[in-house]
Design a protein around this ligand. Sequence first.
Ligand code: ZN
Length: 137
Amino acid sequence: MRLDHIAIAVRSLDDALSFYMGVLGLTCVGRETVAEQGVHLALLPIGEGRLELLEPLSEDSPVGRFLTRRGEGLHHICFQVADIEGTLARLRAQGVRLIDEEPRCGAEGRKIAFLHPTSAHGVLIELVEVPKEEDRT
Ligand code: ZN
């Protein structure tokens, strides 16, 4: 597995970008709305991975509820896998609690699935399928 991104829930992308770009000096390479996940997101490469800033489209979206409950902060981390169906089957067999029993469509049309934080020591983990030919190395 390799790190794909670290996602941070924010109230306002513009406010967050003024810190992550203006103060920390990172570069935003894209902004996107992912209606299925109820978010506007901004992508900022760092090292081999990237930061993903998430602003909810509405208060009753998953990220909107997260902000209401816990405020801004680390939302999830995402690892790349070559075969997401195979990985989910292996994790299920090992007793890992899955949020998504089947992969769904995430940003950039990639297949994603979330594991429950109770199985990952309190961290929401996302898996994304990155077929070998798309490998960034
Ligand atoms: Zn993510």
